[in-house]
Design a protein around this ligand. Structure first.
Ligand SMILES: [Zn+2]
Length: 564
């Protein structure tokens, strides 16, 4: 069945409420784990239907925001979902209260129990006004950035439309465009300062109300970090500093040499090639055909998956009037299929959709038969392993996408995965400092950012540009305001994906079977257990990153980038 043929109907909230009450009462009467699970599955089936309807409304609204029917349906779900959450909390509580936990764990995977416990630890009715305040502040941050007006050479830009100029061929244009963008942050510095300061305070207050010492502790629970702690993450950051930062310094030295510059200035760092960035060749249709061919050759499982995606039109890839921006991958649980949304724009990002987002989609497709819907997707750091690894597994077919730009693509993509790591841990380290020392003043926080930035990104020289030298670079990074502590997830996943790259690169037998096993597990295990199940090293372990860095250094050295 094609996506367009999937039947949508609004749920009847009263009926759902009544049925949930009845099931909950029935659940509480069960004495054996087997019977308890049987009733639990009835609720699960009902939730699956609700989630399917909510997702269909949201996807169809994002595909065409001018469609009045789905706009109304989307509004309906925005209001309804929070009301339904009360039932999932009560269901989770019933599962936790069931006396024979050991027996029940034979049916319900561990992450369900942990997630239920964490949800209860991180919420209390008394914090609702504080959560509303937190939401209000993050919206203020979003609005401030969305309304940015950047004057440049007689024209007005926003933060996104100025980006191409920051990568302009002409160095002087690059510099002036970058400075114009930063002038927006300079002008609004006090407002960014205020929003961040209030966010740190309100989050710390929420943590105290819930009985945590710091917001950092609470954040680990909020993020469902089931099996690692702050010390382990600190050890991971230390390894990035020791083993990856020297490698990124080499990458930047080569970039300067390639561009014929004595050294990279801050406005040069995002400008990689005099000849332009690698771009995909051919039409969107050509790229999709190349992807179908690639997944067929990769394995029977990926071949079956891509046929389902293609034949049932489980994606909407092209940019169109009335369509929402950005991209995502989601799932339609009742039909057991994923859906990919994107806006192709002729850059290498289009190929990322067909590798990275398709990696997420393949994971869901592989775990679609896991009975408990909430255990089909893993937690975020684990989900990114599935997608980032697929970017590397796709390497042998990249010539079908990039033609003459293929070598340049490899070099740019691979170096990009490495230069991201120190920046990612900088964002993470900064947040640990801020939330573990909430008494720091605004100026002390900025000084902390700059100190850490010099450590992890030593090639950033701002040459006395005040706003950046002071430590305000991070004001551009939405996660710091909007999703605190969500960033290290990408870094942890990248180190796992790079281990798969090493194995694929050296053709170690069995690595793809390990990947197939990993995606089939979905979210039935916690992060470190998934990593071990895929025969990978947990990124916190000493030596894990050193090995990758050494392989990566040899790989980069094998390119003659002077020809790019
Ligand atoms: Zn992703």
């Amino acid at each position: 069945m094609k996506f367009s043929e999937f039947k949508y109907e609004r749920i009847n909230l009263e009926e759902v409420a009544k049925a949930s009450e009845e099931l909950l009462a029935e659940l509480k009467q069960q004495t054996t784990a087997e019977d308890f699970y049987r009733v639990f599955l009835k609720q699960n089936e009902m939730d699956k239907h609700i989630e399917t309807m909510a997702t269909l409304a949201s996807v169809r609204h994002s595909i065409n925001t001018k469609d009045e029917f789905y706009e109304k349906e989307n509004d309906f779900w925005d209001e309804t979902i929070p009301q339904l959450q009360a039932y999932s909390v009560r269901l989770a509580q019933a599962v936790l209260d069931f006396p024979q936990r050991e027996e029940l764990m034979k049916y319900i995977p561990e992450p369900y129990f942990l997630s239920a416990e964490f949800a209860l630890k991180t919420f209390d009715e008394k914090i609702i006004p504080l959560l509303q305040q937190e939401n209000k502040l993050t919206s203020e941050y979003g609005k401030l950035k969305a309304n940015a007006e950047i004057e440049f050479e007689g024209k007005t830009y926003n933060l996104s439309s100025i980006s191409p100029l920051i990568q302009d061929k002409d160095r002087d244009v690059r510099r002036r465009a970058y400075d114009a963008k930063m002038a927006f942050y300079q002008k609004n510095e006090a407002e960014f300062d205020r929003i961040y300061d209030e966010l740190v305070k309100v989050r710390t207050q929420i943590a105290h109300e819930l009985g945590f010492k710091t917001f950092t502790e609470l954040a680990y629970y909020r993020m469902d970090r089931f099996d690692y702690n702050q010390d382990m993450v600190a050890n991971y950051r230390r390894q990035i500093l020791e083993d990856v930062v020297p490698l990124t310094r080499e990458i930047y030295r080569r970039q300067a040499k390639r561009l014929g510059l004595d050294k990279l200035r801050y406005y040069d760092m995002g400008y990689e090639f005099e000849s332009g960035n690698p771009t995909p060749k051919g039409s969107a249709d050509d790229l999709v055909k190349a992807a179908v061919n690639m997944y067929h050759q990769m394995s029977p499982q990926t071949g079956e998956f891509i046929d389902v995606m293609y034949e049932n039109e489980m994606w909407d890839l092209l940019s169109r009037d009335g369509k929402q921006m950005g991209g995502y991958c989601t799932s339609i649980p009742e039909y057991g299929v994923p859906f990919i949304f994107s806006n192709f724009n002729g850059t290498s990002g289009d190929v990322d959709v067909l590798t990275h987002e398709a990696g997420h989609a393949f994971q869901f497709y592989s775990s679609r038969n896991i009975p408990i819907t909430s255990c089909q997707w893993p937690t975020m750091e684990s989900a990114e392993i599935d997608s980032m690894s697929m970017e590397f597994f796709a390497y042998p077919w990249m010539k079908d996408f990039f033609g003459d730009d293929t070598q340049k693509y490899y070099y740019s993509h691979f170096c990009g995965t490495l230069t991201f790591l120190p920046y990612g841990v900088l964002v993470d380290h900064f947040q640990h400092e801020v939330y573990n020392h909430p008494e720091m003043s605004i100026e002390e926080r900025k000084a902390t950012w700059r100190k850490l930035e010099k450590m992890y990104c030593p090639d950033r020289d701002f040459e006395g540009f005040e706003i950046l030298d002071k430590g305000c670079w991070g004001y551009q990074q939405g996660h710091i305001f909007e999703s605190p502590f969500y960033y290290i997830d990408y870094c942890l996943a990248q180190v796992c994906a790079l281990q798969f790259w090493v194995k694929a690169h050296k053709n170690v037998p069995g690595y793809f079977d390990d990947y197939l096993h990993l995606v089939s597990l979905g979210g039935t295990k916690t992060f470190t257990k998934l990593v071990k199940a895929a025969n990978l090293k947990v990124p916190f372990e000493d030596g894990c990153i050193k090995e990758i860095a050494s392989e990566a250094r040899d790989y980069i050295a094998s390119f003659d980038d002077s020809q790019f």
